[in-house]
Design a binder for this molecule. Structure first.
Ligand SMILES: [Fe+2]
Length: 161
């Protein structure tokens, strides 16, 4: 994509590509976690988050379109590691611990996503039209809401374990 970033716009485009990879990894992770989770309400939560993730991916596609950028995924090694880490822990743990591990893994990924969108929103405010800021803010708000849901579920699981 870029051999070297020379402008804030190039850096933004790369980060946008990373966010696309991040969301695609997130979809994969949510499918894995849904399979691993024991209770139906946790599985339902992951299904709901997966459908929101698909909307977020649509928003990213729209931003590429608005900015006239070629849609390219950029590297997102952190999300790959988070998927790996969650799966490794699930393989090692007793079945009754699965909901706890799955929720914690999703929560960790959410915090990563929040930080990615916070940076993107901040740059977009300076560089790009309001429509782009709006689409990124929509994703950010959804991630923040999801992270609150997951944190509440983690607390609930900790109480009942
Ligand atoms: Fe997301």
């Amino acid at each position: 994509m870029f051999a070297r970033f020379e402008t804030p716009e190039e850096l933004f485009a790369y980060r946008l590509g990373s966010a696309l990879t991040m969301e695609n990894d997130s979809l994969q992770m949510l499918a894995d976690l849904e399979k691993a989770a024991l209770s139906e309400d946790v599985r339902e939560m992951f299904r709901h988050h997966a459908s929101q993730t698909r909307d977020q991916i649509d928003n990213l596609h729209e931003i590429f379109r608005v900015l006239g950028l070629t849609m390219t995924e950029a590297r997102s090694p952190t999300t790959k590691k988070l998927v790996k880490e969650g799966n490794a822990l699930l393989r090692k743990a007793d079945e009754k611990l699965r909901d706890d591990i799955a929720v914690a893994a999703a929560l960790r990924a959410e915090h990563h996503e929040i930080s990615a969108y916070q940076s993107l929103v901040a740059s977009a405010r300076r560089l790009h039209p309001a429509q782009v800021v709006h689409l990124l803010s929509a994703n950010l708000e959804q991630e923040q809401h999801t992270s609150e849901e997951l944190a509440a579920k983690a607390k609930e699981l900790a109480r009942t374990m």
